[in-house]
Design a protein around this ligand. Structure first.
Ligand code: HPA
Length: 271
């Protein structure tokens, strides 16, 4: 086990979570709802990412949510921060090291579908990595040749769809295309993305999915749609708009995840 995993295990005491969630924009509120919360600052764990968007320091919140032991990760490293696609690797390795089996990732994204407007939530069924980079470049073990045909776990996807239905929230489905950022896309890039089969675009998640699959974690991911993608609406895109709009879909996704965790407590999701 890594030094980071050792420290984390000690900090968690008797908690034995098998599920971890990465909270994207607009979902930070979910971490506030964790009971008996143990909070660990990323800064206290070697190798954990030190930066974060909008100046928020990263924090790991472990505890009980809907009768389930969980870890919630508020704050993630993005490729655009310093060009390191593997910046989340030590954190994900530590999670795998302490027994996490499933990882649910969330993010903010732009929609390529007019009928999936801001405020929608999309279950990611597959992704397109057209960035030219990969967090496993430089990895030397045979395990680097990770199969990606079912990167997004079918059982977890079904459980999330089920949870959405029970929560009465519409859950779109689609393909997420990763752009490096930090610029937003051009309208021409969005037309290309559409031709390639993308339904949503964003600047995160894909490197983490690749790393998590490499580490043997089961993965699911959801996007909160904050805007129509470049060229689809008038006006310029901005990070401020992302932050303003994220809570709308974030609330819906919080309901879905609450239900999902509740169901997973009865063992139907992760086992
Ligand atoms: N593009 C990339 N990333 C995003 C967007 C977008 O339109 N909206 C929120 N994150």
């Amino acid at each position: 086990m890594s030094a980071a995993a050792d420290i984390l295990k000690e900090r968690l005491g008797g908690l034995a979570p098998r599920l971890a969630l990465v909270l994207g924009s607009g979902l930070g509120g979910l971490a506030e709802q964790v009971e008996d919360a143990i909070r660990v600052r990323y800064a206290d764990i070697p190798g954990f990412p030190q930066s974060g968007v909008s100046g928020h320091a990263g924090e790991l919140v472990a505890g009980v949510f809907a009768d389930t032991h969980v870890i919630m990760l508020a704050g993630r490293a993005h490729y655009y921060e310093d060009g390191d696609a593997a910046a989340m690797r030590p954190l994900l390795e530590a999670l795998a090291g302490i027994g996490i089996e499933a990882l649910i990732l969330t993010n903010a994204a732009g929609s390529l579908q007019a009928d999936m407007p801001p405020g929608s939530v999309m279950l990611i069924e597959d992704h397109i990595n057209f960035s030219g980079t990969n967090p496993l470049i430089g990895e030397t073990s045979e395990q680097r040749f990770v199969g990606m045909s079912e990167a997004y776990d079918l059982t977890l996807r079904a459980a999330l769809e089920n949870a959405a239905e029970k929560a009465g929230v519409k859950l779109h489905r689609g393909v997420y295309m990763w752009f490096s950022g930090p610029t937003f896309e051009t309208p021409a890039e969005i037309r290309m993305a559409r031709m390639l089969g993308a339904d949503a675009v964003g600047m995160s998640t894909v490197p983490e999915v690749i790393l998590a699959r490499f580490l043997g974690l089961r993965v699911a991911a959801c996007s909160v749609i904050t805007n129509l993608a470049a060229g689809m609406a008038t006006g310029e895109l901005s990070h401020q708009e992302t932050k303003n709009m994220a809570p709308l879909g974030g609330e819906k996704l919080t309901k879905i995840l609450g239900r999902f965790l509740h169901d997973s407590a009865s063992g139907r999701v992760t086992s």
